[in-house]
Write a protein that binds this ligand. Structure first.
Ligand SMILES: [Zn+2]
Length: 268
C-alpha cells in the first residue's frame, strides 16, 4: 500500500523520466540517427499516462477505457494490479493484429482475431505487474489465446514499468521500452505459440529495442553528452546485429548474431 506522498514522488519520478526521453527524442542528433522513427516513439510516449494506485491496484480513468498505456515505478519485490476491465487488447492492437495476420492468411485473419478478442472477453483476469529480477524496466502485457483455439496469441494492453530510484531513468533505457510499446501496439501485436518460435520472436523484439536504445545513445553522444553504461552495452549489441543482419531483414535473429551476443555473456 502506497502513501499519498510516496505516490507523489513516484509520479514525479515517472514524469521526469518520460520528459527527459521526450526532450532527447527532439535532439537533432538523435533524430538524425532514428529518422522518422523518432516521431513514432514521441507519439507513443504521448499515449502514456500515470495512473493513481489504490489498494495496490492501478486506477484507470474512464477516458482511458480503450486508450492509453499506464506507467508505474516500482521497486523490486513490489507488485500492483491492472484491473480486469483494463487488461484486454486496445482497438489499435486489434486493428494491428488484423493487418499483421492478413499478410500471412488473408482468408482466416479476421476470424482468428475475432476468436482472440472473444477469448479476451472471457478470460479477463487482472494482470499482476512486478519487476522481474535484474530488470531495470519492462513492458508487461496479458497474452490472450493459445492451444487449442488458435495457433497464435494476441497481446493485451501493455503496462510500462520502471525501476523506482533516486534519479530519473536515462532516455536510452526508456526509449528501449517505448520501442517495446510500439511493437506491442502496432508492429508485433501477436506472439507465436510454439516454444522455439517464442524464443526467436523475443530475440527479434529485443534486437529492435536495443537498436532504438543504441541510436538514442549515439545521438546523445553526438550532442556532446556523456555515455550511459547501459547505452554502451546497447551500442555493442546493435553493432553485432548490424554485422550479421541479412539484407532486407535488419532485426532477424540469425544464429551468428545470437551466438556472438551469447558469447559476450548477454542474455536478451
Ligand atoms: Zn527489451
Amino acid at each position: 500500500m502506497f502513501s499519498a506522498s510516496e505516490l507523489r514522488s513516484r509520479h514525479a519520478f515517472i514524469e521526469e523520466s518520460l520528459a527527459a526521453t521526450h526532450d532527447t527524442l527532439h535532439f537533432p542528433q538523435v533524430q538524425q540517427r532514428l529518422g522518422s522513427h523518432a516521431l513514432t516513439l514521441t507519439h507513443m510516449l504521448g499515449e502514456t499516462f500515470v495512473p493513481n494506485i489504490r489498494h495496490d491496484q492501478l486506477v484507470v480513468p474512464a477516458r482511458y477505457a480503450d486508450y492509453g498505456i499506464p506507467v508505474v515505478a516500482l521497486k523490486h519485490g513490489e507488485q500492483v494490479r491492472l484491473p480486469a476491465e483494463a487488461v484486454g487488447p486496445l482497438h489499435s492492437q486489434v486493428k494491428a493484429a488484423r493487418q499483421y495476420l492478413r499478410v500471412f492468411s488473408p482468408e482466416t485473419a479476421d476470424a482468428t482475431v475475432d476468436t482472440l478478442v472473444g477469448l479476451a472477453g472471457q478470460q479477463s483476469e487482472p494482470l499482476d505487474v512486478a519487476l522481474p529480477a535484474r530488470a531495470l524496466a519492462v513492458v508487461n502485457a496479458r497474452i490472450i489465446g493459445g492451444r487449442p483455439q488458435t495457433s497464435i496469441r494476441l497481446l493485451g494492453r501493455p503496462v510500462l514499468q520502471l525501476t523506482y530510484g533516486e534519479v530519473a531513468m536515462t532516455p536510452d533505457i526508456v526509449g528501449h521500452e517505448v520501442e517495446h510499446l510500439v511493437q506491442t501496439l502496432t508492429t508485433r501485436p501477436m506472439v507465436p505459440i510454439a516454444d522455439a518460435s517464442v524464443e526467436v520472436d523475443i530475440f527479434r523484439r529485443e534486437l529492435g529495442a536495443y537498436s532504438v536504445q543504441a541510436d538514442i545513445e549515439r545521438g546523445r553522444r553526438d550532442a556532446g553528452l556523456s555515455p550511459t553504461s547501459y547505452g554502451t552495452v546497447a551500442i555493442e549489441i546493435d553493432t553485432i546485429r548490424q554485422e550479421h543482419a541479412p539484407v532486407g531483414d535488419p532485426y532477424s535473429p540469425v544464429g551468428a548474431t545470437r551466438h556472438a551476443i551469447a558469447k559476450r555473456g548477454w542474455k536478451l
